[in-house]
Write a protein that binds this ligand. Structure first.
Ligand SMILES: [Zn+2]
Length: 301
C-alpha cells in the first residue's frame, strides 16, 4: 500500500478508537486529542512519502527492487537486419568453460546464433553447457579432445606430431562426448592452432567432419585471445564482414568478457550494413585447400 493508503487506514482506526472511548468516558479534551492524532498521522504520512521519493537511491532488499533499479544496464540493440547484404558465421572456440553460459545469454539477448567448437574433455566435464548451446539454437562443432597441435606446430606448442591413430581418437572421442551431452554428431571441426596436414584432414573426413580453419581468406581471427578491448575487437572484425565471412571468437578463454562486450558493437555494425547471421557454413567457406604441412598459424593457446 502507498503511504496515503496507510494514512487513511490509520485515520479510520483512530476514529473508531475515539468513538469507542468517547462513548464510555465523554472526556471534554477528547476532541483536541483526536485532532492531534489525525495531525500526527498526516505528518507521518507526508514524511514517508518524501522518503519514498529518495528510496530508489538506497540499497534495496532482494525481491523489493524499486522500478528505477530493476532496469538492466542499457542492452545492445538485437540483430534486426534484413540480411540483404548477406550472412556471416560466428564461431566460438575452446569451451565449454567458465564464460560459456554468459556467451549463450548474450547471443540470446542479441538474437544471434553461432557455431561452438567444443573441446571434447571440457564437453565431457560440462555436458549441461553443451546442451545449453544446442538449446539456444547454436551448432556444436569438434575442436579435438585436449587441444593438442596435430602437426606439433603452432605458437607455444610443445607436443610432438600426432599419429593418425591419435588424431582419430582426438576427433572421435570428442564427437562421442558431444553426442552423449545430447547434441547432434558434429559435422564441422576446427584444428587447434590451424595446425593440420592432408593426412589429418583425410582422417577427419572419414569421420564425417568438414574442416573450418580459424583464419584464412574468408575466415577472421578476431584476436580476442590477445587481450584486445571490446572496441578493438569490433574495430578489427567490422570492416572484414561480408557475405560468407566466418569469425573466430573464443568462449573458452579468460579473455571472453571483452569478446562478449564486443558483440553488441559488432551487431550494431551488422544492422547498419544489412548483414545477418547463419550457422550454415558454405562448402566454399571453410578455409579452402589445406596445405600438406600447415605450420600452424593460430595464435591462441
Ligand atoms: Zn582453440
Amino acid at each position: 500500500m502507498s503511504a496515503l493508503q496507510w494514512c487513511w487506514v490509520a485515520v479510520t482506526v483512530t476514529t473508531i478508537i475515539f468513538l469507542m472511548v468517547a462513548a464510555i468516558s465523554a472526556l471534554p479534551k477528547m476532541k483536541a486529542a483526536y485532532t492531534a492524532c489525525i495531525a500526527v498521522i498526516f505528518l507521518a504520512a507526508s514524511g514517508i512519502t518524501a522518503f519514498g521519493s529518495i528510496s530508489p537511491l538506497l540499497p534495496a532488499a532482494a525481491g523489493s527492487v524499486p522500478a528505477a533499479l530493476a532496469l538492466a544496464p542499457a542492452p545492445g540493440v538485437p540483430l534486426h537486419s534484413d540480411a540483404s547484404a548477406g550472412r556471416v558465421v560466428l564461431t566460438f572456440d575452446d569451451g565449454p568453460d567458465f564464460y560459456t553460459a554468459q556467451v549463450i545469454a548474450e547471443l540470446d539477448e542479441l538474437h544471434l546464433h553461432g557455431v561452438f567448437f567444443d573441446i571434447g574433455s571440457k564437453a565431457a566435464a560440462h555436458p549441461e553447457l553443451v546442451h545449453a548451446e544446442i538449446a539456444s539454437g547454436n551448432v556444436v562443432g569438434n575442436h579435438t579432445w585436449d587441444h593438442k597441435s596435430f602437426t606439433g606446430k603452432g605458437v607455444g606448442v610443445t607436443n610432438k606430431p600426432l599419429t593418425q591413430a591419435q588424431v582419430r581418437a582426438e576427433l572421435s572421442g570428442t564427437d562421442a562426448a558431444i553426442v552423449s551431452a545430447g547434441a547432434p554428431k558434429p559435422v564441422l571441426w576446427r584444428p587447434p592452432y590451424g595446425a593440420v596436414n592432408a593426412a589429418d584432414e583425410q582422417t577427419a573426413t572419414s569421420l564425417g567432419l568438414r574442416i573450418v580453419l580459424d583464419s584464412g581468406t574468408n575466415i577472421i581471427d578476431s584476436n580476442d585471445w590477445a587481450g584486445l578491448t571490446a572496441a578493438q575487437i569490433a574495430a578489427r572484425v567490422d570492416p572484414r564482414l561480408r557475405d560468407g565471412t566466418i569469425i573466430a571468437f573464443h568462449d573458452g578463454l579468460r579473455t571472453a568478457p571483452q569478446m562478449i562486450a564486443a558483440l553488441p558493437l559488432i551487431v550494431a555494425y551488422m544492422n547498419a550494413h544489412h548483414l545477418g547471421v547463419t550457422t550454415t557454413v558454405r562448402p566454399d567457406a571453410t578455409g579452402g585447400v589445406v596445405p600438406d604441412d600447415n605450420t600452424g598459424t593460430g595464435g591462441h593457446a
